[in-house]
Design a protein around this ligand. Sequence first.
Ligand code: VGL
Ligand code: ZN
Length: 202
Amino acid sequence: MKTANAALIVVDVQNDFCPGGALAVAGGDEVVPPINAMIPEFAACVLTQDWHPSDHTSFASQHTGKAPFDMTKVAYGDQVLWPDHCVQGSTGAEFHSDLNAVAAELIIRKGFRRGIDSYSAFFENDQTTPTGLEGYLRSRGLSSLTLTGLATDFCVLYSAMDAVKLGFDVHLALNACRGIDMDGSLSAAMEKMKAAGVVILE
Ligand code: VGL
Ligand code: ZN
């Protein structure tokens, strides 16, 4: 039975995060069947879409002498430098073709400002620029969120932490998430979410 206040949040299930993509997450495509199966159980389904200009500051290609997965400092703190990915309008930025994107009632694009990355579905990485998702969920009375998608230790983690901070009830559907896992970032992410009160659905 659908719970009227429950939304499914599907984070960045895009070609570039799936096997063969520019920033492929191991098993990234495996999240698609469980996500499609969950959609009918929710009153609303929201997709996020990483959506960068081709000269985005999070791309290692924009920094001389830097390689993908190096770190750099930007105005809002530390930033991982990524391979070029999810460029606006590219095939890599499209949702996985088997994802039931038709069922989505809202698509939130993020990371479209050149100088600022955006992992979270709620705020960009300066932690103050809103995406608008909070207002959408509140005005629709959607207070219980279940997070799914890619990557567990980056965009899903940041979304979950912001959602807790904003006062939503937050669940993570573990079988519908996959992580990048840079230097133990996946287990660190799980610990952070558990400590913050995110309910992990195994
Ligand atoms: C993501 C790194 C860069 C993600 C997006 O979706 O987790 N990670 N851009
Ligand atoms: Zn990105």
